[in-house]
Design a binder for this molecule. Structure first.
Ligand code: TGC
Ligand code: FAD
Length: 392
């Protein structure tokens, strides 16, 4: 990839809404992405490899458990800081943000919220430092949008549980040290279990041939009579609301992350439009190109305001799941449309790895699908405003 010249757009002076701490955290993440992610990410994506060398750096910028209390190794930050970190990381690559999202909101969050004090002490500090990496198993081959139908199950077998079933499309699975696995007990109630690599009967085959999120490792989780110690059950919450509560936190991070990908595409297209000469003038001087840029910055600004307000509501404990769905859906759609327009603005150069746009565009096809598809989030909004359930 060419040199990273990124300059963040802030059309409505949103920096004025941020505290000094927010700006410090955001700027540290921004600098780290420029220094450590931009130079290597294109190569990692081309090779379809997760760049493990960035794990320590992610931990150092507070990307693993930004809002987890410091006593457990987290950064103890607020929700807006968390969002800003996700924005900056996804400015580099959605796959890298995925790794951080999963670690923070889908692994550390359930241990912190639903686990025992012993589980918190045992796992959270190691997850915060990157010594342990985690993954989250909800989706199954036959149950994606409707996870309540899951068939993965566990039975009481004396001094341990016996776990059977399979999960697929699991980010971080191929290298994760632990997995938070959602499975039904003998009464059909969903619970979370901490499954550790090395437990007999537990395997994590990698999913190959992805055209999207190539710098993120995806895999399956297979459980063949895995003996899970009883102390590995997360005891404080059960039912589908438990995994969905984790998704609220991750979807909030994605609503911010998508802005990062969009900002990178816009900034690249803006710079290119001033440099690329056709018909004797920069292409940015043509009205059709200006329309694209004007619409991009308008949509980015609207998405920034939505994310910021949602962050305030989350800090106050007032954000609803449906509000989070709206922001995830809107901001990812905004980002994917900007990526597509920006790619066109670069002409043939837009399809090469010299620029980040095509990689963002392909990554966003996963982002618009995982953590609830675009259509599922629309139905969540529909249910919220009408009170009528279109799912069943
Ligand atoms: P429904 O009957 O509506 O709800 C079941 C129970 O859950 C409660 N609930 C929530 N709780 C917390 N947060 C939310 N967002 C919640 N939404 C619902 C609800 O109140 C109820 O509680 P209770 O006590 O009454 O039992 O469930 P449903 O079966 O009709 O399904 C609803 C639906 C479709 C909205 C939901 O299942 C859904 O969101 N589907 C999408 C699935 C999804 O998002 N999967 C994500 C997998 S993980 C992933 O993609 C990680 S990618 C990570 C990365 O790489 O970044
Ligand atoms: P389906 O549920 O089969 O949906 C197919 C289509 O039908 C979609 O367009 C959907 O919107 C539509 N549809 C479904 N139901 C309805 C309805 N009621 N009304 C209208 N339309 C409907 N999962 C995890 O648990 N952990 C992870 O770490 C994880 N990481 C992922 C990483 C990647 C790269 C990808 C691609 C996925 C990941 N997922 C993960 C899985 C992801 O959450 C699911 O792919 C997603 O929830 C959709 O499920 P599905 O693929 O089975 O699609």
């Amino acid at each position: 990839m060419s040199q990273d010249l990124f300059q963040a757009p802030d059309y409505y002076l949103l920096d004025e809404l941020l505290s000094d701490e927010h700006k410090l955290v955001r700027d540290a993440a921004r600098e780290w992405v420029k220094r450590e992610v931009s130079p290597i990410i294109e190569d990692a994506a081309q090779k379809a490899e997760f760049p493990t060398q960035i794990i320590n750096g992610l931990a150092e910028i507070g990307a693993f458990g930004p809002y987890i209390p410091e006593e457990y190794g987290g950064a103890g930050l607020d929700q807006i800081s968390y969002g800003l970190i996700m924005q900056e990381i996804e400015r580099g690559d959605s796959g890298v943000r995925s790794t951080a999202s999963v670690q923070s909101s889908l692994v550390m969050y359930p241990i912190w919220k639903y686990g025992t004090e012993e589980q918190c002490k045992k796992y959270l500090p190691k997850l915060a430092s990157g010594e342990f990496m985690g993954c989250f198993g909800l989706t199954e081959p036959d149950y994606g949008s409707n996870p309540s139908g899951m068939v993965t199950n566990f039975k009481d077998n004396g001094d341990h549980y016996l776990l059977n079933g399979a999960k697929m499309w699991i980010s971080n699975a191929p290298f994760a040290d632990i997995a938070i696995v959602w499975a039904k007990n003998e009464e059909g109630r969903i619970h979370g279990l901490i499954v550790e690599r090395g437990m007999e009967g537990f395997t994590t085959p990698e999913t190959h041939n992805k055209w999207s999120l190539r710098a993120s490792a995806t895999g399956e989780l297979i459980f063949d009579n895995v003996k899970v110690p009883k102390e590995n059950l997360l005891p404080k919450k059960s039912g589908l609301g438990a995994p969905l509560g984790c998704l609220d936190s991750a979807r909030f991070g994605i609503a911010w992350g998508a802005i990062g990908a969009a900002m990178d595409c816009y900034d690249t297209a803006l710079r290119y439009s001033k440099e690329r000469i056709q018909f004797g003038k920069p292409i940015g001087a043509f009205q059709l190109q200006q329309k694209k840029l004007a619409e991009m910055i308008t949509e980015i600004t609207k998405a920034q305001l939505l994310a910021w307000r949602l962050g305030v509501l989350r800090n106050e404990g007032k954000a609803t799941s449906a509000q989070i769905s709206m922001a995830k859906r809107n901001n990812v759609q905004m980002a994917i449309e900007i990526a597509r327009e920006a790619r066109q603005m670069l002409g043939g150069m837009g399809i090469t790895g010299e620029y980040s746009i095509m990689r963002h565009m392909m990554n966003l096809e996963s982002v618009i699908t995982y953590e609830g598809t675009h259509d599922i989030h629309l139905l969540i909004t529909g249910l919220d405003v009408t009170g009528l359930n279109a799912f069943s």
